[in-house]
Ligand binder design. Structure first.
Ligand code: AMP
Ligand code: MG
Length: 410
């Protein structure tokens, strides 16, 4: 049986980011830019006042009582019509172009305006002004032709702002992978129904869709498929439109575990079935190459904790790879076991647990857990504690790896 690392290596083998597509700027958040982009403008586009005040010549400020004739008022969006000459000043608002002749801008708080018969006079109390004070010179942030973003950049809100500034409203990006989610099982009813005897609600469908959305996939829900080979084949056929089809249930050794056969009938080639892991051993993974592209297919064991763990360990890294992003999701840490832990079975185990970082260091305490059907235990946990195979007893204080659920950016 493959180890977790071997299985992940097979999934990611020769997987490259999806081919870039033209993307409207307002849909590009979180994506990876696939082109180098240059600016068509200088920024700022003109020498720009950074304050509300008066644009002046520095030589005019050399006496105690400075009074200057006001030429004009320049609002942001207007252009100056007069040069600032000796003995004059122009009123400028934040963002307005600074007129020719001015060497600095005095803040309005340091001035007093007076109306006279022959126009406006401004009295200035500040006697010193450094050259260029309160002026942002044209092109100091960006020069026209500068490359401002390189292919491979992650588009965050600041990048969106910068792209808008340089007028790039449709950019080449790695697309968001499409993930189809199919829940299988005769016992399943939708979550908004009351289960009849023998039935349970479909909890994996909403959970897996949420996991996929959290790693920024475009999710298509295929609902519930009965344990019927014909019905499964039809739903799988629809799911192969996606880049990744995630199926829960039907991959173990039960009489009605028909998913692998239905996948084979739909042309999906098995890459592996079963991984040395608890929970999640029956994991199935295969690929279908069709219509010039590839669909990846996961058959996750139906028990909710198995489904969740397998998604985080195996599906999420693939979503990241297809999206061209660095790996996201569970971050690993070392922590010391709080109590004694006894491992049952001989598979490496990811056990729901609580991680705590205190002054004395990081500690971890496994939560009460009834096994892979007990998803309530996950809601009491903030990590998975990893217990390696081949060891039964773990004494308090033993350092073990933990995988934190909430990663940065979640
Ligand atoms: P299976 O992998 O189909 O053998 O299912 C294993 C266990 O997981 C069974 O107890 C199923 O009832 C349960 N299960 C399967 N699918 C779901 C689902 N979508 N939501 C909740 N439990 C499920
Ligand atoms: Mg089943």
């Amino acid at each position: 049986m493959l180890t977790v690392d071997e299985a992940l290596a097979r999934i990611l083998a020769d997987v490259t980011p999806l081919p870039a597509t033209a993307t409207p700027l307002d849909e590009s958040l979180g994506r990876i830019l696939a082109e180098n982009l240059s600016s068509d403008i200088d920024s700022p586009p003109h020498d720009k006042s950074m304050v509300d005040g008066y644009a002046v010549r520095i030589a005019d400020l050399d006496s105690d009582e400075v009074e200057l004739q006001v030429n004009e008022e320049i609002m942001a969006g207007q252009v100056p019509s007069m040069e600032v000459t000796a003995g004059t000043a122009s009123r400028v608002m934040t963002g307005a172009p600074v007129p020719a002749g001015a060497e600095g801008v005095v803040m309005v708080e340091e001035t007093e305006l007076e109306e006279t018969g022959s126009g406006q006079l401004v009295r200035i109390s500040c006697q010193q002004l450094a050259p260029g004070a309160n002026i942002m010179t044209r092109g100091t942030s960006i020069r026209r032709g500068d490359q401002v973003l390189a292919a491979g950049s992650r588009i965050r809100p600041p990048e969106i702002g910068l792209l808008a500034e340089i007028g790039q409203t449709c950019i080449s990006c790695v697309p968001v992978p499409r993930v189809a989610v199919l829940s299988t099982g005769n016992e399943l009813v939708p979550a908004d129904e009351v289960p009849a005897p023998g039935q349970i609600r479909n909890s994996n469908g909403p959970m897996l869709s949420a996991q996929a959305r959290r790693c920024q996939a475009d999710v298509v829900s295929l609902g519930i498929g009965r344990d019927d080979q014909g019905e499964l084949e039809e739903l799988i056929g629809a799911g192969l439109d996606a880049d990744i089809l995630v199926i829960s249930g039907g991959v173990s050794a039960g009489v009605l575990d028909l998913v692998p056969a239905a996948l084979a009938a739909e042309g999906v080639t098995e890459v592996f079935h079963k991984v040395e892991l608890k929970p999640g051993k029956p994991l199935w993974y295969g690929r279908a190459d069709h219509d010039g592209r590839r669909s990846h297919v996961f058959g996750l064991p139906g028990n909710p904790v198995s489904s969740l763990v397998c998604f985080e360990l195996f599906v999420r890294p693939l979503v990241d790879r297809l999206a061209g992003r660095p790996r996201s999701g569970m971050q690993s840490r070392q922590a010391r076991l709080k109590g004694h832990f006894q491992q049952r079975g001989n598979r490496p185990t990811f056990h729901p647990a609580c991680y705590e970082l205190a002054e004395q260091g990081a500690s971890v305490e496994p939560v009460r857990w009834q096994g892979s059907a007990d998803q309530r235990a996950l809601t009491r946990a903030n990590c998975l504690a990893y217990f390696s195979a081949g060891q039964q007893e773990f004494s308090p204080g033993t350092a073990i790896p933990v995988y934190l659920f909430e990663a940065e950016g979640d």
